[in-house]
Write a protein that binds this ligand. Structure first.
Ligand SMILES: C[S@@+](CC[C@H](N)C(=O)[O-])C[C@H]1O[C@@H](n2cnc3c(N)ncnc32)[C@H](O)[C@@H]1O
Length: 214
């Protein structure tokens, strides 16, 4: 898998990756991590867990990946084709304020994305998604309708989703990402939060489906 530190790309073998994450209590995976601020913040607050930030775009990651803590790692990959080395590892998966193909994948129930989430999840992992109006408007959806659309797509794919909850300016300020901060202090400080559990059944069904196509 391809990692990045500052401007320098680094190919990590499966063994090297396994050594990096060994011994930590939980592994967090932040998809569409942007500049990686969330991973940076969370990894310095919680040294018992390991935090992985993944994004398709390398440029934004330069600053935070340059001197990231030992319990953090940044990967370059598409959320639609997550590295196989992550399989079965993530206890917490976050997607904060997605746009572009990541948001479209959620709105369309793209199987490459949703199956990938179930594949990298530990049994009973928690998936947390935060959505904002600007990105949804660009994708052709109003904030609340787009949120319910993602809810329905997750639900019908077998994720155990809770009712969406609105995020106000205080809720956005409490989320340590660059976009949350921009939104919190911007003209329309609103978002929605979706939480879901990825059950053992969903993960097992995915394995059966995958084996049928091998
Ligand atoms: C609005 S930014 C949010 C960044 C960060 N999560 C935050 O809250 O500050 C959306 C991010 O999603 C990434 N992204 C979009 N589509 C993606 C995909 N298919 N796979 C991985 N990352 C993607 C973009 O490169 C961008 O960094």
């Amino acid at each position: 898998m391809e990692s990045i530190r500052g401007k320098t790309p680094l190919q990590l073998t499966t063994d090297e990756f396994s050594r990096r994450v060994a011994g930590y209590k939980n592994i967090w995976l932040d998809l569409g991590t942007g500049d990686g601020r969330f991973v940076r913040h969370m990894s310095t607050q919680n040294r018992e867990d390991f935090f992985i930030g993944l994004d398709a775009c390398r440029e934004n990651l330069r600053e935070h990946s340059r001197d990231c803590p030992a319990n953090a790692l940044y990967l370059i990959a598409s959320a639609q084709s997550l590295p196989a080395g992550l399989d079965g590892l993530a206890a917490q998966i976050t997607i904060n304020f997605p746009w572009g193909s990541l948001l479209h994948g959620l709105l369309d129930g793209d199987l490459a994305l949703l199956d990938g989430l179930a594949r990298v999840a530990r049994p009973n992992a928690e998936l947390t998604i935060r959505l904002n109006g600007g990105a949804l408007a660009e994708a052709g959806w109003a904030l609340e309708a787009g949120t319910w659309r993602v809810y329905e797509r997750l639900q019908s794919a077998g994720f155990n989703v809770q009712q969406p909850r609105p995020l106000d300016a205080a809720g956005l300020r409490a989320c340590p990402t660059t976009w949350a901060r921009r939104l919190a202090y911007g003209r329309d400080p609103r978002g929605w939060l979706l939480s879901a559990r990825i059950s053992v059944n969903l993960i097992e069904n995915l394995k059966i489906d995958t084996q049928m196509f091998v």
